[in-house]
Design a protein. Sequence first.
Lengths: 261, 261
Amino acid sequence: MRIPIYQVDAFTDRVFGGNPAAICPLEDWIPDATMQAIAAENNLSETAFFVRDGGDYFIRWFTPVHEMDLAGHPTLATAYTIFRFMEPGRDRISFRTVKAGTLVVAREGDLLSMDFPARPPSACATPPTMAAALGKAPVEVRAARDYLAVFERASDVAALAPDFGALAKLDRVLTIATAPGEHGIDFVSRCFAPAGGIDEDPVTGSAHCTLVPYWAGRLGKTTLRARQISKRVGDLYCEHRGERVSIAGKAAFYMQGTIEV
Amino acid sequence: MRIPIYQVDAFTNRACGGNPAAVCPLEGWIPDATMQAIAAENNLSETAFFVPDGDGYLLRWFTPTTEVEICGHATLASAYVVFRFLSRERERVDFRTLKVGTLIVRRMGEELAMDFPARPLRPAGPYPALAEALGKAPIEVYDGWARLALYEHASEVEALAPDFGAVARLDRINVIATARGGSGIDFVSRFFAPAKGIPEDPVTGGAHCALAPFWAERLGKSRLRARQVSKRLGDLYCEHRGERVTIAGKAAFYMQGAIEI
C-alpha cells in the first residue's frame, strides 16, 4: 500500500524551527495498528492521518506510542498541507475528531488560526515528586488534562533540566512549565511528556488550551503572544474566548514523499 | 534547495521493524550545520549523507545531535538505496569514510553484507555505576569504545529497564548489554546511548564490531547469528575474520521523498 506523506514544521516561519509533524492524507481509514506503526517509524512527536468527510475532513493523531485525544501542531501542519497542496482555493477547514469535537482552522495570510476548546486549569495538590523531577520547585501547580507548573521567571523555565524518568511517573502524561515572558512575549512555556515517548515536545499547541485561560485570567487580557522556549523555539498567537481558545501560528514546509507499508 | 530522501529499515525484512535510517544522496557536500539540522528534523537514530567519490561514495552519518564516526545500520540502508534506486547493476558498493577507512557492502540475494573493522573490547573490573544505571548487575564487564555488560540469560537483557539519565552520566557514551541466545540465535543484545540523543537504538550494526569478536571467542565459532532484542527487533548475521567482521542483514523500504530547505 502506498500512502503520501508530508513533513511540516508548525509554529515557525523557518524550516528546522517549530515542531515537526508528519501528515498522511488517506483515501480511507487503515487499521489503527498500521497508523500506530507508521507513527512509530516516523518517530516525530505526532503523525496526523485524515480522510475526506463530506466537504471537510476527519483527523486522528498518533505519537510514536499511542493515539492522542487532541493535538495542536499536527492539526496546524495538516491545514497547511491542505491549503498548500490539496485545496489552494480554500481558506477555512473543519476537522472532525474522535474526542475533541470539530476543530476549525482558518487561513489569514501566512497565519493559520485554530479554534480549540479551553481547558482551564484548577488548583491541585502539588505532586510530592514534581519539584525533584523538574529540578526546581514551581511557585504554583494547577491541573487540567496536563499539569501546569508555574515559575517566577522565564529564565527559570529556560534553565530546567528535568529528570525524565521521574517525570514519567507522574499521574498526568504532559507537564507544562510556564512563566511570564518579556520583550513583547506575554508568557513562555516548555512541555515534557516522557511517559508519552517524548521527553520534551518542541512546540505544543494543545498545551495552550490550558495556558491561555490561565494567563488571560492572570494578566487580565484576552489576546496573548506566547513563545515555547524549547531548543527549536515556537511562536504562538493566542486569544481567549470563554469556552474556546484561538491558537494561531505559521508553518514551514520540509518534506514530501510516499511511504510503502 | 531540494534533496532526495529515503527512509529504509535495516536488519529486518518488514517495514516498521529493524532500525530506520534516513538516507540523503547529495551531488556535492552541503554545510555540516545543514546536515546536522536535517538529521535533527528527521529525528531518526541516524541520517546518512553521501556524495559520489571515484567508483564509490564518501559517506557520513549524523544522529539528531552529533556526527558519528561509524554507523552500521545507516550504511546498510545507504547500500540498499544505491542498489535499488541509484545503481541497480552493482553487486558491491565502496563507501569511503572520514575515520574508519573504506566500508564495502556486497549484495548477496536479499542480504547485504558489510565489511567492518573488528573493534574488540577488553575485560574490565566491576563497575557499580553501570549495574545501577542498567538496573541489574552484569556477571562481567568489558570496556573500550563502549561499556559492555554481560548477562547470563537473554531474558535478563530483554527485561532491562535502564535509568537513561544515569546511563548518560557513565564514562562511556555507548553501552551494550548482551547474553547468549536460544533457539538458533547465538547471542542477543541491546544498545543504549542516551548521551548522544538515543536512549535505546533499535538495531546497531556498529555494536557488532565488538560483539562478533567477543562471542566468536566465547563460543569458539566464527559465524554467528545475532538478534538485537529491542522493541523493533533486528536480525544480524556476523562473521569474525580477525581484524575485520562481516555484518549482514536484510533491509525494508519505507519512504521516498524530497526535502526542501
